[in-house]
Design a protein. Structure first.
Length: 73
């Protein structure tokens, strides 16, 4: 039973990876924001649900208010 569940999980994630690839999320973009990385992860985790019309996306990542000092002249 454990082997069957493990195999089902691997197949689920492979289908999710295929969905992410087909949507162009896995191209060679060196600079990805956290929203894009989150969308890729969510697409892979959603697996076969992607092919039922589910289009998981993360709109925007919330970043804490960080005060960065101004550069000196």
């Amino acid at each position: 039973m454990r082997k069957l569940l493990g195999l089902a999980l691997i197949i689920w994630l492979l289908i999710g990876g295929a969905a992410a690839f087909q949507r162009g999320y896995l191209d060679n973009s060196s600079e990805r924001g956290c929203a894009e990385l989150g969308t890729i992860g969510l697409t892979v985790l959603a697996g076969p649900l992607n092919y039922t019309g589910l289009n998981p996306q993360i709109e925007k990542c919330k970043t804490p208010d960080v005060k960065v000092p101004e550069p000196s002249e």
